[in-house]
Design a binder for this molecule. Structure first.
Ligand SMILES: Cc1cc2nc3c(=O)[nH]c(=O)nc-3n(C[C@H](O)[C@H](O)[C@H](O)COP(=O)(O)OP(=O)(O)OC[C@H]3O[C@@H](n4cnc5c(N)ncnc54)[C@H](O)[C@@H]3O)c2cc1C
Length: 383
């Protein structure tokens, strides 16, 4: 079997790339290989599905603005409402150094047109009177363009409108010839010869890169999400609140969704999806109850764990071609913000493959070269 392009991984990132290649170069044959077509353990299906422009790196702000416009246009484009709830992100700082970071990030965000405002403790209190602002030095709030949306809907939109061939199989090896990927070996026993290979395998990205002899510092790291019921919910429209403790919470229907920076954060096995219940009891509930009396009486409803494809170097995406294995493309390491990045990454990687360079957004700061140079692209606003 032969295909111009083979994509390993068919969740949101692989599907976004396949759809975009179809838009730009319909003459190219594209095959997407997915080992688990239920997607039950994919990061995409287990995501908190939120979008923000509150990043420190300009490339991440630009990527999310692109993603926002794409999500908003889904209804006109595909007839699918991705149910974007534009309720904002609220970042809280409780120290002068934290406030300074918010100010610097805010300048980056505003320069790129993001609708983010800084709030004093008094301004915060006026908007969200239920919050305890005693220790707060500064807050930043997305006034529009931030919130949450339907993650699986976005993935299915890409899938339903793409002519790419989709195969249920597993990539188990790569055949290399004259320094490039010449074929993809499948668990079923077959091989697909290809002109370009794209790694979109989520938390397993390092394993796939290793098949081409490439070191990729991406590990599966566990994140547990919880939903809870609140006896007397705070009034008004609530954003995604990021507490200085690292605990976050947002509305989810008539419940709330929450999580935290993990207490300890080792790489886990690819099949480890055991939720860490202790995080709710020991970290999340105490922090939320301190932040708002409304969150004192809450009852956990459900919990699940997903895996970040965690870029150990700088928690940012790795995209683009390998500098030497020039037909091996990365779309990896998204850590906690890959869902909102799927539209822009899909576009960018498709432009590289189909047109030979980035045309819409310059994603070169996210290139693999920084890994080789050991020069992190530090994102100061990670969750
Ligand atoms: C708990 C949690 C909360 C998150 N919250 C947010 C958020 O609020 N906002 C945000 O933007 N992002 C968030 N993220 C991150 C986001 O979900 C991911 O970055 C994004 O979904 C990555 O998509 P992906 O397609 O790269 O990976 P995945 O969705 O994991 O898909 C990779 C696919 O590759 C397949 N695959 C792997 N190896 C092979 C192989 N050898 N052969 C064939 N197929 C293979 C897998 O089966 C899988 O379906 C969160 C993630 C988690 C876990």
């Amino acid at each position: 079997m032969q295909s111009d392009v083979v994509i390993c991984g068919g969740a949101v990132i692989g599907s976004a790339i396949a759809w975009n290649i179809g838009q730009l170069a319909p003459e190219l044959s594209v095959t997407v290989i997915e080992r688990d077509t239920s997607f039950q353990h994919s990061s995409t299906a287990l995501s908190a599905s939120s979008i923000r422009q509150q990043f420190s790196q300009p490339v991440n702000v630009a990527i999310s603005l692109f993603g926002l416009a794409f999500i908003k246009a889904a209804k006109a484009r595909w007839g699918v409402d991705l149910n974007l709830r534009e309720q904002g992100y609220l970042n809280l700082a409780n120290s002068e150094s934290g406030a300074q970071i918010l100010r610097e990030n805010h300048a980056v965000q505003r320069a790129l047109g993001a609708d983010v405002a800084l709030l004093s403790p008094e301004g915060l209190n006026a908007r969200f009177p239920h919050l305890n602002v005693e220790d707060i030095t500064l807050a930043s709030l997305g006034l529009s363009g931030e919130g949450w949306f339907d993650s699986v809907g976005l993935m299915q939109g890409f899938q339903a409108h793409s002519k790419a061939k989709r195969l249920k199989d597993e990539v188990i090896g790569l055949r290399m010839q004259t320094g490039n990927v010449s074929a993809v070996k499948l668990l079923s026993g077959g091989e697909i010869s290809c002109g370009a290979f794209i790694n979109a395998s989520g938390p397993r990205a390092a394993k796939i890169a290793e098949m081409a002899g490439i070191h990729l510092p991406v590990e599966p790291r566990k994140r547990t999400n919880f939903t809870f019921d609140c006896a007397t919910p705070p009034e008004g429209t609530l954003p995604v609140m990021i507490d200085p403790s690292g605990v976050w919470a947002r509305p989810e229907g008539r419940h709330f969704l929450c999580g935290c920076s993990p207490m300890d954060d080792p790489a886990v096995a690819f099949d480890d999806f055991e939720p860490r219940f202790r995080e709710f009891e020991e970290v999340i509930w105490p922090a939320l109850a301190t932040r708002s009396p409304a969150f004192e009486a809450i009852k956990m409803q459900a919990m699940w764990a997903g895996q970040y494809a965690y870029n150990v170097l700088d928690q940012n995406a790795v995209t683009g071609a390998h500098p030497e294995i020039s037909n091996f493309y990365f779309a990896n390491g998204f850590s906690g913000h890959g869902l909102q990045q799927a539209p822009a990454i899909g576009r960018g990687v498709a432009e590289l493959v189909a047109l030979g360079g980035y045309k819409t957004l310059d994603l070169s700061p996210l290139g693999y070269e920084r890994i080789l140079r050991n020069e992190p692209l530090r994102e100061r606003c990670v969750i």
